[in-house]
Design a protein around this ligand. Structure first.
Ligand code: NAP
Length: 272
């Protein structure tokens, strides 16, 4: 496993995404993932699976300090007291004393960002989160957040895969020592039929998904692919024994555009 250094945090480069994994399936996949070598699990309050993620972690027998657990606060809890209460609830569900990384899940223009960041920093100072960060923040919001936050922010978790150009967010994060954590890193499964990725994979005996994840990690980006299939858990972490050439990296970069976003923004709260 590779680790990304970001403002003091050491983030395992591959993690398991758990959006839409529920109930016993979720607990079983988390347990299996840890047994297969995953050391980073991504959940969120709004995924309604923190309890099962905690169960999976305990069932795996992993020592707490060997696994990096991220959760996120949903936007309706961004008022300072709400935020602290909501993180307490998340910790109770996970049955953890602290998470490794706590993120603001989406920007919420209805609550002043400085107030929410004050509460996020306070929660860290209380020992409920080892590190804090943001998600779905644009370059302008990253700049605003870094300037306003009393504690270092360690990442921006954003949609990132070969079809979406995220050069500007990557540059902004790098300027501030923050990591980019790529969500939807296999483009919600769409990379499976991609000819360019499959062709590059043939050079290395790897699948299109493995090439895609390797491309992210080779840029010093962490990736949190989700799968509900045990066999793909192994596939998605088996990317540390090969290297893409500069030419192959370049070919994949050429596939990206600003229009390649897959996230349905209907998922975000309506501001007005
Ligand atoms: N911060 C945010 O706002 C935000 C937003 C979205 C997601 N996330 C996080 O990021 C994680 C990942 O994003 P995501 O779930 O949207 O998308 P993703 O990981 O890119 O794609 C998941 C889909 O790809 C398929 N898949 C996984 N591995 C595969 C492989 N090796 N070959 C072919 N298909 C594969 C899965 O199908 P099978 O189950 O059939 O394998 C699933 O349908 C989420 O689970 C969540 O933790 C965060």
């Amino acid at each position: 496993m590779l680790f990304l250094e970001a403002n003091g945090a050491r983030i395992p480069a591959i993690g398991l995404g758990t959006w839409e994994l529920r109930g016993r399936t979720c607990a079983r996949l988390v347990e299996q993932a840890v047994r297969l070598g995953y050391r980073h699990i991504d959940t969120a309050q709004v995924y309604e699976n923190e309890r099962e993620v905690g169960e999976g972690l305990r069932a795996s027998g992993i020592r707490r300090d060997e696994v990096f657990v991220t959760t996120k606060v949903w936007t309706n809890h961004f008022a300072p007291h709400d935020l602290e209460r909501s993180v307490k609830e998340s910790l109770e569900k996970l049955r953890l004393a602290e998470v490794d990384l706590l993120l603001l899940h989406w920007p919420n223009p209805r609550v002043p960002l400085a107030e929410t960041l004050g509460a996020l920093a306070h929660v860290r100072q209380l020992g409920m989160a080892r590190y804090i960060g943001v998600s779905n923040f644009t370059v302008a919001l990253i700049e605003e957040a870094v300037a306003a936050c009393a504690e270092p922010l360690v990442c921006d978790q954003v949609e990132y895969h070969p079809y979406l150009d995220q050069a500007k967010v990557r540059e902004a994060c790098a300027r501030h020592g923050m990591a980019v954590v790529a969500y939807s890193p296999v483009a919600k499964g769409r990379i499976k039929g991609d000819r360019t990725l499959a062709r590059i994979g043939q050079n290395h005996g790897k699948t299109a998904a493995q090439v895609c994840l390797r491309w992210l990690v080779q840029q010093n980006v962490a990736a949190i692919p989700r799968t509900s299939r045990i066999e793909r858990l192994s596939e998605n972490i088996d990317i540390f024994d090969f290297e893409l050439s500069a030419e192959e990296m370049g070919q994949i970069f050429q596939m990206g555009s600003a229009a390649g976003r897959l996230t349905d923004f209907g998922f975000a709260p309506k501001w007005d």
